[in-house]
Design a protein around this ligand. Structure first.
Ligand code: ADP
Ligand code: MG
Length: 348
């Protein structure tokens, strides 16, 4: 029997699913989260509630665990770095710092000769006039965005000037890609050239929030192969340990672009729970805890639908599901508009 205790920073749905996967492997989980109502406390062994900069809470957390991972990227680098002096943090804090900064992330990807959208760093409002080249575009905060938060579509220089944007923050302006499709690759790296990689997942967004994910993705062979190759290259270059997600754009001419990298398990990979022998969550736990790598086998095609806001209510009230349907309730206390409340996966 394993005696490993895994610390997880962040207590949302991804933390819950990591804790569930760990339990199956006889691994204890301790979750550290700044939200007293964090849903993952329903699934872990121990829960530590505190601010991510609170030194006492950090040591209370660290003292109970052997290895630490995280379910979201917006954690202060200092916190991860301090923890890493006491217990291994995986993926490494430096990887998290790189990837949580949109500009550093895109520079890194381009250095590998992997295509991204065209982009420019924006610091002060005065620089805006020279930007015609990147319009129409999307202005994004370089850090702390998710689900389209901190993003502004911009069609013209005038429009940008008229927006009341707080330029004390750093921004990146990205040229808008005429999207045909979005896909993601989930890959778990165990060690040098040792991976489990899932097939490309097709993602449909509404209002910049993921709505559906489907396998197989309707893409050509070249994109199928290239998206996997690029993901492996990124994971190898980062010397990554754990599960990583690479989000891609495909434009109307079938060009592939890396959109962003998530240094963690990912919403588009929820369908791996039911559609594969080993889920992205179990693979992550296996990799960061140094457990055996199991060859990935697909069980079924699948479609996952996110339940946003009060879409959850119907499923909470009428649990009559078909045999091929799997409903997950994240047990979030408060229903908020556009908040991810649960999902339903259908095996196809
Ligand atoms: P987040 O961190 O919020 O996931 P993303 O950069 O992935 O931020 O943007 C969210 C969604 O917005 C993308 O999945 C895509 O649908 C759309 N989007 C973002 N940037 C672009 C772009 N440059 N061109 C076209 N669509 C974009
Ligand atoms: Mg994204």
């Amino acid at each position: 029997m394993s005696e490993i205790s895994l610390g997880i920073i962040g207590g949302g749905q991804l933390g819950s699913m990591l804790a569930i996967a760990a339990k199956k492997l006889n691994i204890k989980t301790v979750i550290f989260c700044d939200d007293a109502d964090a849903p993952a406390q329903n699934f872990c062994n121990q829960f530590v509630n505190g601010n991510y900069e609170n030194k006492e809470k950090i040591s209370e957390f660290v003292n109970q665990v052997d290895v630490v991972t995280y379910e979201f990227e917006n954690i202060p680098f200092e916190t991860l770095n301090e923890i890493n002096k006491l217990k291994p943090v995986l993926p490494k804090p430096s990887v998290n710092r790189l990837v949580q900064h949109r500009l550093a992330e895109k520079d890194f990807v381009n250095k590998l000769n992997i295509r991204t959208t065209r982009y420019v760093s924006i610091g002060k409002k005065s620089e805006i006039d020279a930007l015609e080249d990147f319009l129409p575009g999307i202005l994004k905060t370089t850090t702390l965005g998710y689900d389209g938060k901190g993003q502004y579509p911009i069609n013209s220089v005038e429009e940008m000037n008229s927006l009341n944007i707080n330029f004390s923050k750093e921004y990146i302006l990205e040229k808008l890609v005429k999207l045909k499709k979005e896909i993601s690759i989930i890959i778990t790296r165990f060690s040098n050239n040792k991976y489990e990689i899932y097939e490309p997942i097709e993602n449909i967004h509404e209002d910049q929030i993921l709505k559906h994910s489907i396998i197989p993705a309707d893409i050509n062979e070249k994109i199928f192969d290239q998206s996997k190759e690029w993901s492996m290259l990124i994971a190898e270059e980062l010397k990554y340990v754990g599960t990583l997600c690479v989000e891609f754009f495909i434009d109307r001419n079938n060009n592939l672009y890396v959109n962003e990298i998530a240094p963690r398990v990912h919403n588009s990979g929820h369908l791996t729970i039911n559609a594969f022998n080993v889920s992205q969550f179990e693979n992550h736990v296996r990799a960061v805890c140094g457990l055996e790598q199991i060859p990935l086998k697909k069980i079924s095609n699948a479609k996952m639908v996110n339940l946003l806001g009060d879409q959850i209510s119907y499923y909470r009230n009428s649990p009559k599901l078909k045999e091929n349907e799997f409903f997950f309730d994240y047990l979030k206390k408060e229903i908020k508009e556009k908040r991810k409340m649960g999902h339903i996966t259908t095996l196809l």
